[in-house]
Design a protein around this ligand. Structure first.
Ligand code: URA
Length: 271
């Protein structure tokens, strides 16, 4: 049986529905916002490690670790994340969750960290927040696994669902950066504070960051970044869904621009 997108969203109790429609003011706004506005990195507070972790933590903190990760293939990355003991999140995880989706996707969505269901199933965003994320993707014509890759700022479930701490994010960020280098996405959407902290280095309030233009530098490439609310937050705060919708429309406009400039560059090369 096939059901329409409206029916699907209705079944999931996601009202008001996410509708795909061009909003000229949002798209115009996005075009005029393509100015890089870097945010300041904040100092990082180290966590207290139990005795047995100290040696590993020192190894994890060596200058070589990010470099080693930066040279890994997808398979090596998967293995390294499974074996990772770089922070205390490894102690209670059932499994590390690297990400899901096409490894050549144009879209990258980054969340916070696996919840309890993700910890069991080994896939990001499969719980209630994941259902909303799927609806958000559908609203802009996207589908999990099809030109979309979904990752998290930290790859292991934070016990008690605590917000990942600065040191936990810091330990995991080389993995996220390597994922980006391998994927080469055209647009990155950061869902919530942990993702923003990991990639932009800012610990500011989400409300003060969303709507602003950011870019992530991966070597020579500069990738547009859209900051928006985490789906779990949106489930608790329905009025902010409208703002998240604006953010998604902006992301869609940025993707169109990126694809158009990619085509233009390809034409220039062939001339
Ligand atoms: N929340 C996240 O940020 N990521 C998940 O994978 C699940 C819930």
């Amino acid at each position: 049986m096939t059901i329409s997108r409206e029916q699907m969203l209705h079944e999931m109790g996601l009202s008001p529905q996410w509708k795909l429609r061009d909003n000229p003011s949002v798209l115009r706004g996005a075009e005029s916002m393509l100015v890089d506005e870097p945010v300041e990195a904040s100092p990082v507070t180290p966590v207290q490690m139990p005795q047995v972790q100290v040696k590993r933590a020192l190894v994890a903190g060596t200058a070589e670790r990010p470099e080693q990760i930066a040279g890994m293939s997808w398979d090596e990355l998967q293995q390294s994340v499974e074996d990772c003991r770089a922070c205390r999140l490894c102690e209670e995880r059932q499994q590390a969750v690297l990400g899901v989706g096409e490894r050549s996707a144009d879209w990258l969505f980054v969340g916070e960290g696996p919840g309890p269901e993700e910890d069991v199933r080994g896939e990001p965003f499969v719980g209630p927040a994941g259902k909303l994320l799927d609806a958000m993707l559908a609203a802009i014509g996207l589908k999990r696994g099809e030109d979309v890759y979904i990752a998290n700022a930290v790859k292991c479930h934070p016990p008690g669902n605590h917000a990942p701490e600065a040191a936990e994010i810091l330990a995991c960020t080389p993995y996220l950066k390597r994922q980006i280098a391998l994927l080469q996405p055209k647009v990155i959407v950061l869902l919530g504070r942990a993702a923003v902290h990991a990639l932009l280095g800012s610990e500011g309030l989400l409300g003060s960051l969303r709507g602003k233009p950011f870019e992530y530098r991966d070597g020579e490439r500069s990738i547009p970044v859209v900051v928006t609310y985490h789906p779990a937050y949106l489930l608790r705060t329905l009025p902010d869904k409208a703002k998240a919708w604006e953010d998604l429309c902006r992301a869609r406009a940025l993707m169109r621009e990126a694809r158009a400039s990619g085509l233009a560059n390809a034409e220039n090369v062939s001339i």
